[in-house]
Write a protein that binds this ligand. Structure first.
Ligand SMILES: C[S@@+](CC[C@H](N)C(=O)[O-])C[C@H]1O[C@@H](n2cnc3c(N)ncnc32)[C@H](O)[C@@H]1O
Length: 286
């Protein structure tokens, strides 16, 4: 257990959702083994194609290239790390996760120049700057439901200050996160995001932009809620198709938890209660 006073979800809270065997997630996440919204760039794309499109989108947006060094904040099972090194020729790709099983999984892959550690970004300090930083689906865990408006701003600002400090001049940061969409206070209370992601709350789009502005230049931003609606629907189909095997690994209660989360989430995205945002930021130095 890492000792920390993190502003966001603790390691225990992250373990509640993510620390299931990789075999379970592999049944329904598809070839990419990524647990975040795919990017359905063209009509008729399969989930696997859309996931690959998302991976390439982030590697392009963060300008991952031959000989570069990439950091992935919230690296999951390491797909972006692996792709950065094996397909883009990055010299090193390092990931941070709060899930012991994810950390073990990546280490077990034994891919040269790919590394991970069990550490919050809040307790991390690199030895040398990175040319590229990515963070896909972790920002949702960086503040807690009880955090005040000021605490949220301070936490998000501190993240962007770190990213700016960890990037080489001109380096880019590709960030994907869910955000609150068209939902009033009553609806937000009913949705209870923390029942699915304990100790976690979503950002507002404006909070991301305001807290980043003093540290990084915003290059592009897109909001594509349907990307997550379609991904969650595909995951629910995958879970149903593999029901027996999934229950064998995690038991009926956890199976139901994940299936209900996917089905409920798909509906909320279709109703635009949640947004799915991708921001690209640039280090201000030349
Ligand atoms: C939804 S998963 C996304 C994983 C991966 N990026 C993907 O696209 O599949 C969220 C990830 O964020 C990590 N995470 C959450 N809070 C974190 C923190 N404070 N520092 C580092 N990683 C964190 C979790 O351990 C997990 O790996």
């Amino acid at each position: 257990m890492t000792q920390s006073t993190n502003a966001g979800a603790s390691q225990e809270a992250i373990e509640f959702h993510y620390d299931m065997p990789a075999d379970f997630f592999a049944l329904w996440l598809g070839e990419s083994m990524t647990y975040t919204a795919a990017r359905y760039a063209e009509p008729g794309m399969s989930m696997d194609e859309a996931q690959l499109n998302k991976i390439n989108y982030h590697l392009d947006s963060a300008r991952v290239s031959e000989g570069g060094r990439m950091l992935d904040i919230g690296c999951g099972w390491g797909t972006l790390l692996k792709t950065a090194v094996t397909k883009r020729g990055a010299a090193a790709a390092h990931g941070l996760t709060l899930s012991p099983l994810q950390n073990k999984y990546i280490t077990g892959l034994g891919i040269p120049n790919v590394s991970a550690e069990l550490k919050s970004y809040e307790d991390y300090e690199p030895d040398a700057p990175f040319s590229s930083i990515v963070s896909v689906g972790a920002f949702e865990h960086f503040v807690q439901p009880e955090s005040t408006k000021e605490e949220r701003h301070d936490t998000y600002s501190a993240l962007f200050e770190r990213v700016a400090r960890w990037l080489e001049p001109g380096g880019q940061f590709s960030l994907q996160t869910m955000a609150w969409g068209d939902a009033n206070a009553t609806e937000r209370n009913l949705i209870k995001i923390h029942d699915i992601f304990p100790e976690s709350d979503l950002p507002e789009i404006a909070e991301v932009i305001h807290s980043a502005h003093p540290y990084l230049e915003l290059v592009t931003m897109e909001n594509r809620p349907q990307d997550y609606g379609d991904t969650l629907a595909a995951w629910a189909d995958g879970l149903k198709a593999n029901k027996d095997r999934a229950i064998k690994i995690v038991g009926p209660e956890r199976y139901k938890f994940f299936l209900d989360s996917c089905k409920g989430g798909a509906l909320l995205y279709r109703r635009r209660r949640f947004y799915l945002c991708r921001f690209v930021f640039k280090h201000r130095g030349r």
